[in-house]
Write a protein that binds this ligand. Structure first.
Ligand code: BGP
Length: 463
């Protein structure tokens, strides 16, 4: 038996987002985001046609929810401000109800010993700005920087850990390549422009944070999917993996941490003649405003091999440069269809140590979505989610090892705190430490939540 002990002041907690938890009330003053709009116009796209309106009613229930976080023992918790709640039109008039809500919510966290980690963008473009093109429109970049500066001004006395965006690659791929987010286009040129604008907007927000001279730190949260070639000794598989990595990881990781874009990506975009529109000053802004801290969301690896299959789409796609490799030995979470590969979290942290100046980081999301968890309710009414405990342990072991080997990983946040609303999948897969009965909104801590409390108390676990 080994005692896996984590560093002093390690951040233990969970992550969530505004759009997935808050819900809406008739008079809350919130403007529509792309999710509200999409649900109103195409509800059939959403699993069981359940939209973003109610989610888990955190807007009204946050005191109870924060009390449960405290019961588990979190010392930190990440959520996001909804841009469309604070600025219903994306810019201009401020919704004072939103200011009051977020201030009270953050104060409640702080009073309970839970440090709020606040993210500014979690896939939720205000619809008013989307109508003008959303991230395709350069004006949105300025609007985002202004919104960020407003947040620093309004909440800077409460928040010490800021994040500009969560998984900025997701709006790129899901909105402009794979049709899982609005506006559901398939257009690589648009995808590239959107990604570029997001990266620039993040740098500008960081610049505004530094200009505000507030204390604290600012970062970005990226979903890093370590990319493995089918045959590590095959040069072409290796090149395919490198390019996939450039498309999906380094496209944001490099500008965020190094202030530059990956050369391979620039070469491909030049060949395809789809370089984004830029302005002379942009690259300097990106160069000078890199992050203090990196949030790493880790769910699954990406396995690729050299391109052999025929092209299927009639427009350029990242998949023109590699084929997905289906590793026969893979372990899979059947509910989400994602591979479970615990070692990937270690490889990711070691990559940051070796190739990204060992930037301070933390695991900002890691978790397992499971369908119909009520199957596992015991006589006392608690969900016995042993599989989640195993999942977390198996990942924490590797996080611990990476720290032992010099990674500056400062915490672990599970996705998520309470079961919440998951985009097109709505409540299909449940991820939380706390179960939510949607009929009654009753919250019950799962077995994993109780286990996590012990981990936090001991700052580790005996393996
Ligand atoms: C991450 C997102 C979260 C969350 C999680 C689980 O990519 O940051 O918002 O949803 O994935 O994924 P899903 O809800 O799609 O099952």
């Amino acid at each position: 038996m080994t005692n896996l002990h984590f560093p002093k002041d390690f951040w233990w907690g969970a992550a969530a987002s505004g759009p997935q938890t808050e819900g809406r009330t008739a008079d809350d003053g919130k403007g529509d985001s792309i999710w509200d709009y999409w649900y109103a116009t195409e509800p059939e796209r959403f699993y069981q046609k359940r939209g973003p309106k109610d989610t888990v009613q955190l807007l009204q229930r946050y005191p109870e929810d924060v009390a449960l976080m405290k019961e588990i023992g979190f010392n930190s918790f990440r959520t996001s401000i909804q841009w469309s709640r604070l600025l219903p039109e994306g810019r201009g008039a401020v919704n004072q109800q939103a200011v009051a809500f977020y201030r009270e919510y953050f104060a409640t966290l702080i009073e309970n010993g839970i440090e709020p980690f606040i993210n500014l963008y979690h896939f939720d473009m205000p619809m008013a700005l989307q109508k003008e093109g959303g991230w395709l429109n350069r004006e949105t970049v300025t609007a985002f920087a202004d919104y960020a500066a407003l947040c620093f001004e309004l909440f800077g006395d409460q928040v010490r850990h800021w994040f500009t965006q969560n998984e900025p690659i997701v709006p790129v791929e899901m909105g402009y390549l794979y049709q899982q987010h609005y506006p559901a286009e398939i257009n690589l040129a648009h995808a590239v422009q959107v990604g570029y604008h997001e990266a620039l907007a993040s740098a500008l927000a960081i610049q505004r944070f530094r200009q505000s001279q507030q204390s604290g730190e600012i970062g970005i949260i990226l979903n890093l999917t370590p990319t493995y070639p089918k045959d590590p000794n095959d040069e072409k598989d290796g090149q395919a993996a490198q390019l996939a990595d450039a498309f999906f990881n380094r496209s944001f990781l490099d500008p965020a941490v190094k202030g530059t874009f990956p050369e391979e990506l620039i070469t491909v975009l030049n060949e395809l003649a789809i370089m984004p529109e830029t302005r002379a000053e942009d690259l300097q802004i990106i160069k000078e405003n890199t992050v203090d801290l990196l949030g790493v969301n880790y769910y699954q690896p990406r396995r690729v091999q050299q391109k052999r299959s025929a092209k299927t789409a009639d427009t350029p796609m990242p998949e023109d440069y590699f084929d997905v490799y289906d590793w026969p030995e893979k372990k899979i979470n059947p509910h989400r269809g994602w591979e479970i590969y615990e070692r990937g979290i270690y490889d990711t942290l070691i990559n940051l140590r070796d190739n990204y100046g060992n930037i301070p980081c933390y695991i900002s999301e890691n978790g397992m979505g499971v369908e119909d968890e009520t199957r596992f309710i015991d006589a006392s009414g608690q969900i016995q989610d042993e599989y989640r405990i195993t999942f977390i342990k198996d990942h924490l072991r590797y996080v611990h090892q990476a720290i032992q080997e010099g990674s500056r990983c400062r915490g672990y946040h599970m996705w998520t705190c309470m079961d919440n609303w998951s985009w097109l999948n709505e409540f299909k897969n449940r991820y939380g430490f706390i179960a939510v009965d949607l009929a009654t909104q009753k919250r019950t801590i799962k077995k994993s939540g109780e286990w996590f409390r012990e981990v936090i108390q001991q700052n580790g676990f005996v393996d």
